[in-house]
Design a protein around this ligand. Structure first.
Ligand code: NDP
Ligand SMILES: N[C@@H](CC=O)C(=O)O
Length: 411
């Protein structure tokens, strides 16, 4: 029998305890032995909880118990999660975490410690919630070189954009619903709406794909606060959906372009059909080509299912996952955002479509469709570098009231 400890008994931690209890028999078959939760450590009190006998408040009990070989970290954030995880690895215990902030900022260091200690540091649930992505990229696509990753990586904002588009909910109403359903980050929901959560996830995937740690503060990041219901309607009329996209692309010179932004996705693209709390992650590699991973990106049991899969993996592994690894390097290998080439959507506060088209074509050259909705007109430009686009946008803004602009994704 393997005894595990859970630290952080919130949405994910309680889900992990529930999955281990509910599917005990099948989990034991897959792991080759019974898995039992011995301790659950949380700072809160839980009256009438069925796991009362396991609840503790002092993490050092776990650290000093030689029977605990796997620690599940589901506290979130860096403090005290980082120290608890590091201490667990140094105490020769494998760690499974759902904490993307931890992996995105300290992944290289924790992977190094795990490797030196001959234990596992696994984090499937840190990206995509319950949707498998880390293990498929690391194991099933091991024969490939990665070219590009682009995804809808944040369940909360995708849920909110879907509710705003389908039911006309305001931004605040949609966020409050996402919080009630346990999708939004409890520590700081702005992590979802301002793109930081998506940024952490694309950093993890890009670090895994390209072998070097990419830190969240290196990534140009914007969230969905600027997206209005008019943008959603106009994008729809132009044939697009609006999604928060995290993407990382290897350039010909070996550098990587990485960013997080709200963007237009063509209705013909599979990514545009990823709605509600679902995540969709497009991975482009040299041998397989494109593959899309789709599934629930947040929520108690979906996320717990990924955590428990990591526990099973570490229990049955004869060999430690030595190849699940990336390094921190000092040299900068990220491409300047000004060089990225994309089409753009612009929304102008002017209902006169003919006038907008005439003026916009003076600046951007020939345009395709132009659509209006209420007091606004919107159009999409041809592809050009970010630097050229910004110059042209500034010229247009001197002639017409430009209210919003977003990239158009080439997927
Ligand atoms: N919710 C989701 O759908 C998903 C979450 N994640 C990630 O999983 C992690 C956990 O998320 P989630 O379960 O939603 O968060 P919750 O806030 O629901 O749970 C965290 C729990 O940890 C407790 N805690 C805080 N400090 C300590 C401490 N020092 N020792 C022990 N317990 C502590 C919290 O108590 P208190 O409330 O008093 O602070 C809370 O009960 C986060 O990193 C999140 O990003 C990943 C995928 C999906
Ligand atoms: N807040 C996150 C939860 C999972 O990572 C999200 O909405 O995707």
């Amino acid at each position: 029998m393997v005894q595990v400890a859970i630290i952080g008994y919130g949405t994910v931690g309680s889900g992990v305890a529930e999955v281990i209890e509910r599917n005990a028999e099948s989990i034991a078959k897959k792991a080759g032995q019974k898995i039992e939760v011995k301790y659950i450590c949380d700072i809160r009190d839980f009256t009438d909880d069925p796991n009362q006998d396991k609840l503790i408040k002092d993490f050092s009990i776990i650290l000093n118990d030689p029977d605990i070989s796997v620690v599940v970290e589901s506290i979130g954030g860096l403090k005290p999660a980082y120290q608890f995880v590091k201490d667990s690895l140094l105490a020769h215990k494998s760690v499974v975490t759902s904490n993307k902030e931890l992996v995105a900022t300290k992944g290289w260091e924790l992977l190094k410690i795990a490797r030196e200690q001959g234990v596992n540091f696994l984090f499937e649930a840190s990206v995509g919630g319950g949707t498998p992505i880390i293990r498929p990229m690391h194991q099933c696509l091991a024969a490939n070189q990665f070219d590009e990753i682009a995804g809808i990586l944040n369940g909360t904002t995708n849920f909110m954009l879907t509710k705003m588009a389908r039911e006309g909910l305001s931004f605040d109403e949609a966020l409050s619903l996402a919080q009630q359903l346990g999708y939004a980050e409890t520590i700081d929901p702005s992590a979802d709406v301002d793109g930081h959560d998506c940024c952490r996830k694309i950093c993890i995937l890009a670090s895994l794909a390209f072998g070097r740690h990419i830190f969240p503060d290196q990534v140009p990041t914007s969230g969905i606060r600027t997206v209005t219901t008019e943008d959603i309607a106009l994008a729809g009329q132009l044939g697009y959906a609006i999604k928060l996209i995290g993407r990382a692309k290897k350039q010909e010179d070996g550098r990587v372009f990485i960013e997080v932004c709200p963007a237009l996705v063509d209705r013909a693209s599979q990514l545009s059909t990823v709605d509600d709390v679902f995540n969709g992650i497009l991975v482009r590699s040299d041998m397989l080509g494109d593959v899309l991973f789709y599934g629930r990106g947040a929520g108690k049991l979906p996320t717990a299912s990924a955590v428990v899969a990591d526990i099973i993996d570490t229990v049955r592994s004869e060999n430690i996952h030595q190849s699940l690894y990336w390094e921190k390097v000092d040299e900068d290998f990220l491409q300047d955002a000004a060089q990225d080439v994309c089409g753009h959507y612009l929304r102008v506060a002017c209902a006169d479509t003919a006038k907008v088209l005439e003026v916009a074509e003076l600046v951007f050259g020939q345009l395709g469709r132009c659509e209006s909705c209420g007091a606004y007109t919107a159009f999409v430009t041809a592809e050009q570098s970010q630097r050229d686009f910004e110059n042209a946008r500034d010229k247009l803004a001197a002639l017409l009231p430009v209210e919003n602009c977003m990239k158009v994704m080439p997927y």
